[in-house]
Ligand binder design. Structure first.
Ligand code: BTN
Length: 246
């Protein structure tokens, strides 16, 4: 993978900045030292102070639209694997679809956006990642510096993260998406964990059952069987509320 990451001192959103560029190749990315108007999932804001990582990059997987779920989990897993180089991995947990929790609080979020070709083939996948490295915007979010030895260099974290993305992406491209999913499951909540999912105005509560081959969440609803969730906000029993940008 040839990464071509451009560092800008300030931009509104690295995601929008990247999407505004014409004729870019796979591996192109924008990293902002200051991001003024970061976007989170489901139309929310993402606050990123200087010293934290705000990065967007583009992939051209040429897979089918159904693969977006796996690619999304893949990016979360890459973040988990990077984070485990800085803190004890017993403190880390992935929360579906791709949030990273540090000591039970969100420390990183990922925004996935795509452009499709005719016939449902992914043309461009834009991945935006925000990581609270040295500070948290609010108390219920965590940051790495509070748990690691000293300040974290955003460029070091970025390079390690992109290496992990490249390794997992190679696995996906060689037809081993299931291996990516299996590793994601190892790093995530455990079967039977209580969780609620906010779907529009509705909250569905149940227990974590599994992730299917497309990266969708399967929730056990007791006597009502189980439900497959393709998109939504997950709240775990260990979290009080999720107002951290996701
Ligand atoms: C989430 O809601 O959890 C996703 C947050 C994604 C934030 C990142 S920061 C870099 C990139 N640029 C944006 O505007 N958003 C993403």
């Amino acid at each position: 993978m040839n990464w071509d990451i451009e560092i800008v001192s300030s931009t509104s959103s690295t995601q929008d900045h990247l999407k505004s560029l014409a004729d870019i190749a796979e591996g192109k990315g924008i990293q902002a030292l200051r991001q003024e108007n970061g976007r989170g999932r489901h139309g929310r804001s993402w606050f990123s102070a200087e010293g934290n990582l705000a990065l967007s990059f583009m992939l051209t997987p040429m897979g089918r639209v159904e693969d977006i779920g796996v690619l999304s989990l893949m990016c979360g897993l890459a973040c988990y694997r990077t984070a485990a180089k800085y803190v004890d991995n017993a403190l880390l947990m992935l929360k579906w679809p791709n949030d990273l929790l540090l000591d039970g609080r969100k420390c990183a979020g990922i925004l996935i956006e795509s452009e499709l070709l005719r016939g449902g083939v992914i043309d461009r996948l834009y991945v935006g990642i925000g990581v609270n490295l040295n500070s948290s915007p609010i108390d219920i979010a965590s940051n790495f510096a509070s748990y690691a030895d000293g300040k974290i260099d955003p460029n070091d974290f970025r390079d390690a993260f992109l290496n992990e993305v490249a390794a997992l992406y190679a696995l996906y491209k060689s037809g081993e998406a299931q291996l990516v999913l299996d590793q994601w499951k190892e790093a995530a909540h455990k079967v039977g964990d209580e969780m609620s999912v906010k779907l529009g105005g509705q909250i569905i509560s149940g227990r974590y059952r599994d992730i299917d081959a497309f990266g969708n969440l399967s929730l056990c609803l007791g006597e009502e069987g189980f439900k497959t969730i393709t998109s939504g906000d997950v709240f775990l029993g260990v979290e009080n509320a999720d107002v951290t940008g996701d």
